[in-house]
Design a protein around this ligand. Structure first.
Ligand SMILES: NC(=O)CCC(=O)C(=O)O
Length: 271
């Protein structure tokens, strides 16, 4: 059984949630016409990185984003990994991914665990402390946000918990395109899972973004890759390939976790 994935590589209007919702809805309609089963949006797709105006534009408890995701998922009968939004909570604002299943139920909220200082996230956002695990039908999934992919131990934790498909939502800048592609391929190969990575296109006052959304299979082969422009990236995935790759090279069974722990205890240095 194959599943058609669509990454909506949008150019996000800076600090303009209403405009971004309108263009996201149009892109969802187009992806549905292309037969998408699962649709993915980028990181902070309602506000962009307009972090100094979060008091005004962050979404109270992400209610607006959740209503949007739920409505479109139910209307079109799609699973919707509805990117991340700035979610206003009593404890501050988090960068939170929203996932709706095809019945329109919100089945996951994941808040970015590693805040990216180079883009001032630590000054305006609170980090999350929970894993990004969820299921879509029979498929075990995980979702993480942009800078999180630099932490292989965090992604491994999700793979060890059963994730077969890793969603990455991002606003990754162009100067580090090489890191983006390489890290995503490595995460797919080492965890023997599909990686579906949806980046934004365009620029904001501080950054030009890389685009190059990617859909990678558990062998690390690129099934589809966008260029730098806005657009919809499509690919069909077959979840059975994950089990096949994991049985051919049994990386999970061959791990030596006790040795890693002992070595860390003996030689660990703080940086
Ligand atoms: N939005 C982000 O987390 C960007 C991460 C990034 O650019 C990196 O190099 O890491």
């Amino acid at each position: 059984m194959t599943i058609r994935i669509a990454c909506l590589q949008l150019d996000i209007a800076f600090g303009d949630p209403q405009k971004n919702e309108q263009q996201a809805e149009k892109a969802v309609e187009l992806a549905v016409k292309e037969g998408a089963d699962i649709i993915v949006l980028p990181e902070l797709w309602t506000t962009g990185y307009d972090l100094t105006r979060l008091d005004e534009i962050a979404d109270d408890n992400a209610e607006r984003a959740k209503t949007f995701a739920s409505r479109l998922a139910q209307t079109y009968g799609i699973h919707f990994v509805a990117g991340s939004v700035a979610k206003k909570t009593d404890a501050g604002v988090t960068n939170t991914m929203i996932v709706a299943n095809r019945n329109g139920q919100i089945i996951k909220e994941y808040s970015k665990v590693h805040l990216f200082q180079l883009m001032d996230e630590h000054l305006h956002l609170q980090s999350g402390n929970e894993p990004g695990l969820f299921s879509l039908d029979e498929l075990s999934c995980a979702g993480v946000i942009c800078y999180d992919i630099r932490f292989p131990e965090w992604i491994r934790t999700h793979a060890l918990s059963g994730a077969e498909l890793l969603f990455v939502v991002a606003e990754w800048p162009l100067p580090r395109l090489h890191h983006w592609r390489t890290l995503l391929m490595a995460r797919a190969i080492e965890n023997q899972c599909y990686v579906v990575a949806c980046n934004r296109a365009g620029s904001d006052p501080n950054n030009v973004f890389a685009g190059h959304s990617l859909i990678i299979d558990p062998w690390g082969e690129i099934l589809a890759e966008a260029d730098e422009d806005p657009g919809i990236l499509l690919a069909d995935i077959d979840p059975a390939l994950v089990r096949d790759v994991r049985s051919r090279i049994p990386v999970f069974a061959d791990r030596r976790p006790r040795l890693y722990e002992e070595t860390t205890k003996k030689f660990f240095k703080t940086y």
